[in-house]
Ligand binder design. Structure first.
Ligand code: NAP
Length: 306
């Protein structure tokens, strides 16, 4: 057992997966949960929490580890509510997909004697809610921690041991660097998927149901990403604005170059470009972050979002 009592605030995909993984590994003595709706709390109480509470403040009472697993936009509000009830010596972490905004909202509210270790699991699916979690979500996935200079190394090491016991590979990173890297590998790809599905939706009006009927793997993969939770992704774009706009600008430039090559019939350019991008895909498979199986092995729940 790594923590005697763990409080999960927010009981959706990430929190429920953590709870299943902690239960499977015997990593927490007691798991206490709180989420906004009574319905979510009831599901969590029957599936993966030992106890649920009526408020976030009650949930964190006596907890050794508090995990903020709510949308990025409400982290500050929750932190303000729980701050006076945190146990001295406790660790607070979060799983938000953006780190600068969470650190700015939460860190000033964390009382002296409590450690804040911001984090982000690079694992997810397009499903959300308390029924969507599963114990193996974090297996062989990265979990990035962005500790602050004043964070106690012992608190980081203990949290790291929990995350590793849940199957994750843990790395530490600077807050700003995290947000830029995530804009490239996750946030902008989601923006592009949302846009592509939006384009197809316009097309559908002229081609009736053909877009859906004939949707092949390329478009189908876009729709999977574009099915991700609207609240979560609204908050990601509102809070990682600068990095997302920077990368979107670069994307637009590349797109214009590609558009020009297609217009000019520049086959050499297209071939060289696609050869380079294929090598990147190979690198991801070699790094164990996806599978080369047909259909990306996606009969099983997909991973690596957020
Ligand atoms: P989710 O499945 O949509 O669950 C969100 C949970 O937060 C729900 O239990 C919801 O309660 C609760 N919640 C929302 N507003 C609340 C409030 N004001 N007070 C208390 N509880 C509130 O979300 P998720 O996918 O687990 O995401 C949680 C966090 O993980 C987000 O910050 C997200 O950026 C991050 N993340 C997500 C992924 C991913 O791919 N999904 C990956 C990595 C990180 P109700 O059910 O009662 O509404």
């Amino acid at each position: 057992m790594i923590y005697q009592r763990v409080a999960l605030i927010g009981l959706g995909l990430i929190a429920s997966s953590m709870a299943h993984a902690m239960r499977a590994g015997g990593l927490a003595g007691e798991i206490v949960g709180y989420a906004k709706s009574a319905e979510t709390r009831a599901v969590a109480g029957s599936l993966f929490c030992d106890r649920v509470t009526e408020t976030a403040a009650e949930a964190v009472e006596g907890a050794d580890l508090v995990v903020l697993a709510v949308p990025v936009g409400v982290m500050g509000e929750i932190a303000a509510e729980i701050a006076p009830r945190l146990k001295p010596g406790a660790t607070v972490t979060d799983v938000g997909s953006v780190k600068r905004a969470v650190v700015d909202a939460v860190a000033p509210l964390v009382p002296a004697g409590v450690q804040f270790v911001p984090g982000h699991p690079l694992a997810g699916t397009e499903y959300s809610g308390p029924r969507s979690g599963f114990a193996s979500l974090f297996q062989n996935r990265w979990w990035l921690l962005t500790p602050l200079p004043e964070t106690d190394p012992a608190a980081i090491a203990r949290l790291r041991s929990l995350l590793e016991a849940m199957g994750a590979n843990v790395d530490e990173m600077d807050v700003e660097h995290h947000d830029l890297v995530l804009a490239v590998v996750s946030h902008v790809p989601h923006a592009i998927a949302y846009t592509m599905v939006g384009v197809a939706d316009h097309m559908r009006r002229v081609s009736q149901s053909e877009v859906i009927k004939y949707s092949a793997s390329g478009f189908r993969d876009f729709t999977r990403i574009a099915a991700s939770d609207p609240v979560m992704w609204r908050d990601v774009f509102l809070t990682n604005k600068d990095a997302v706009l920077d990368i979107l600008g670069r994307f637009a430039e590349e797109l214009f170059v590609l558009q020009r090559a297609i217009r000019m019939g520049d086959g050499d350019h297209l071939h060289a470009y696609f050869t380079r991008t294929r090598a990147i895909r190979r690198g991801i498979i070699e790094a164990g972050q996806d599978t080369a199986a047909p259909d990306f092995g996606r009969a099983a729940p997909p991973a690596a979002e957020g």
